[in-house]
Design a protein. Structure first.
Ligand code: COA
Length: 384
């Protein structure tokens, strides 16, 4: 590196790559808005369908608009046979997030509008993707436990129908409300790794299926969407609430990262995590046995971590810290946490892709080459 070397922003940290009207994250104040509406207001008053409409169209719908949008989502819920076969032949071999990625990629084969890149066709594809990713996740959950695909029930809301397709029966209202909330909170979060990755793919004018497939692939990693499952694994390995302090101390002494803590943008409490903490505290009051141990470990670990790294290092709980114990309470197996995140985030990915396409510019950053130049080519048999 010389004085004239341009600065490199590792991980593109602090780099602005686009303008957007979709989402604002204030990492210092710990605030989040979807299209200008505070996340707390949407969590308390909205539902997934309305929030998805808001993110995609930029305004809250009037009743007929929401009814029409919900109707389109419902009529697109079922998935084609080729996708069911992919799921059936992959369960037990590939992780569910990989199956989701492959299944979503395969959806393009059945879409006659694949090559129509008009805004209207892209919005129709977006609606199909939002509806079908959720069905795919439920189908993966069913088939990996050896059960048959459950057809969607169009009398049910998005969240209610998801739990119905997953379990084969109607679930109680509180579990449905929690899943609806999870879908709202996971629907969008500005240009994080998976959204940016899907925008990079979209910027080449590849289609929306290719772009969402990229998003799912990027979501998989434990530093991003995989953190919820990893955090639950950690809570499980702690075993008993009385072990929590020793576990956290040892982990930090060993320079181990605590999954579900820390964030590239939030240097204070993630507002989504605050909402989920209130839910977990509520569940803790009614939980017993294994669930009680889990909620207790989570709440104790949260307090210890904040004491050690909160104010001093700006490392606070993120959404993934509380998600696992809550999903567990709702009967969701850990391997489905990240796929559910992906199904919900399909809204955010598509909203960003559609917005970016309005003024598309191919993403193509530069790198500083630090290797040698003009080496002599030596034939293979003469190489030492
Ligand atoms: C999300 C994350 C990748 C953002 O981190 P980042 O901006 O790239 O910052 P870094 O990973 O470089 O971390 C900066 C410092 O904080 C520490 N740190 C960050 N997250 C930590 C965590 N969860 N537990 C313990 N230490 C942590 C790092 O070890 C590093 O310390 P060092 O400077 O002494 O090496 C990071 O906080 C993390 O890995 N968290 C756990 C995974 C997770 O929950 N992901 C979901 C995000 S929504």
């Amino acid at each position: 590196m010389t004085d004239t070397t341009p600065p490199i922003y590792l991980g593109l940290e602090g780099v602005y790559a686009a303008e957007s009207k979709i989402c604002k994250v204030d990492g210092t104040a710990g605030k989040l808005w979807y299209r200008g509406y505070p996340i707390e207001a949407l969590a308390a008053n909205s539902n997934f369908e309305e929030t998805a409409y808001l993110l995609l169209y930029g305004k809250l719908p009037k009743r007929p608009e929401l009814d029409a949008f919900t109707g389109q989502l419902k009529s697109n819920r079922d998935i084609p046979d080729n996708v069911k076969s992919i799921i059936k032949t992959s369960v037990g071999k590939a992780p569910p997030i990989d199956i989701l990625r492959t299944a979503v990629s395969a959806l393009s084969a059945e879409d006659k509008e694949l090559t129509d890149s008009s805004p209207e066709a892209n919005m129709r594809k977006t609606i199909k993707l939002i509806a079908k990713t959720t069905t795919i996740v439920a189908a993966i959950g069913r088939m990996q436990s050896g059960k048959d695909y459950v057809k969607p029930d169009n009398n049910l809301s998005h969240a209610d129908n998801f739990l119905y397709m997953l379990s084969g029966s109607r679930q109680d209202k509180k579990a449905v409300k929690l899943i609806d909330l999870m879908f709202i909170l996971h629907a969008e979060h500005s240009t994080n790794a998976s959204t940016f990755a899907s925008m990079v793919t979209a910027s080449t004018l590849a289609d929306i299926y290719a772009s969402v497939t990229t998003g799912i692939a990027t979501l998989k990693g434990p530093l991003h969407g995989g953190a919820d499952e990893a955090a639950l694994k950690m809570m499980r390995s702690i075993g008993d609430p009385s072990n929590t302090e020793t576990y956290i101390n040892d982990a930090l002494a060993g320079k181990q990262k605590i999954m579900g803590f820390g964030h590239r943008v939030y240097k204070t409490y993630d507002p989504r995590a605050k909402i989920l903490k209130a839910w977990l505290t509520d569940i803790d009051n009614i939980a017993a046995g294994d669930q009680k141990r889990l909620t207790q470990i989570t709440l104790i670990a949260e307090k210890l971590m904040i004491d050690k790294l909160g104010q001093s290092h700006g490392i606070w709980p993120n959404i993934d810290f509380f998600a696992g114990p809550l999903y567990t309470w709702a009967g969701i197996p850990p391997e489905l946490f990240t796929p559910i995140f992906g199904a919900a985030r399909t809204v955010g990915w598509c909203a960003h892709i559609l917005e970016y396409w309005e003024h598309n510019k191919l993403f193509r950053p530069l790198e500083i080459y630090t290797g040698p130049l003009d080496l002599e080519y030596v034939p293979i048999d003469k190489r030492k």
